[in-house]
Design a protein around this ligand. Structure first.
Ligand code: MN
Length: 207
């Protein structure tokens, strides 16, 4: 059974960048719905209930066709939001250090170039979706994907992601997605992102 993870911080901890009301609704309502619908889809498949969501997404094409869309949408939603809460926190922002900083400089030229690339990818994602920093074949890349699709579905490991569904920003930013994105950079906990990067390189990531 999938479970919604607790936040490691309060709902108002990301103020003024992301408001408390948005965080509370996003975490308690939107994320819970993904978890409930994923669990409902797996109800008739006890053999899959113990499989971690990341593995379900990596092996989507091998799942019974009757649950594939539900796992893609709701399993994707559960995995993506679990990552999202983890890579944000109070006192966030700034720049990465160490191996992650070096890999970003190697693959994008500079942190600033990477930031611009991810911001543009997320800003230009038409409709609902996510902007991603993903790791595959020894390299980092920026992706934008619709709905709750995860890089895991294409054999890549999500290291950092930003939710650009309107529910992630509409209360505070309305139609101003670029303003939300600029504010979001101030919430990133680069130590958590670096930990994900190390796991991705080692192949020991779960979601
Ligand atoms: Mn969301």
């Amino acid at each position: 059974m999938a479970e919604r993870p607790k936040l490691a911080y309060e709902y108002d901890a990301l103020e003024p960048h992301i408001d408390a009301r948005t965080m509370e609704i996003h975490h308690t309502k939107h994320h819970q719905t993904y978890v409930d619908k994923l669990n409902n889809a797996l109800e008739a498949h006890p053999d899959l209930q113990g499989t971690c969501t990341g593995k379900l997404l990596r092996t989507l094409e091998t799942l019974p066709e009757s649950i594939r869309t539900a796992v893609r949408n709701h399993g994707g939603g559960h995995a993506n939001h679990s990552l999202f809460w983890e890579i944000m926190g109070p006192g966030g922002g700034g720049k990465p250090e160490g191996d992650l900083a070096q890999a970003i400089a190697r693959d994008f030229g500079s942190f600033e170039a990477f930031r611009e690339k991810l911001t543009n990818a997320a800003a230009n994602q038409f409709g609902s979706g996510w902007g991603w920093l993903a790791y595959a074949d020894g390299k980092l890349e920026v992706l934008a994907r619709p709905n709750q699709d995860s890089p895991l579905m294409e054999g890549k490991v999500p290291v950092l992601g930003v939710d650009v569904w309107e529910h992630a920003y509409y209360l505070k930013y309305q139609n101003r997605r670029p303003d939300y994105l600029n504010a979001w950079w101030n919430t990133i906990r680069w130590d958590a992102v670096a930990a994900r990067f190390e796991k991705a390189k080692a192949g020991s990531h779960t979601i």
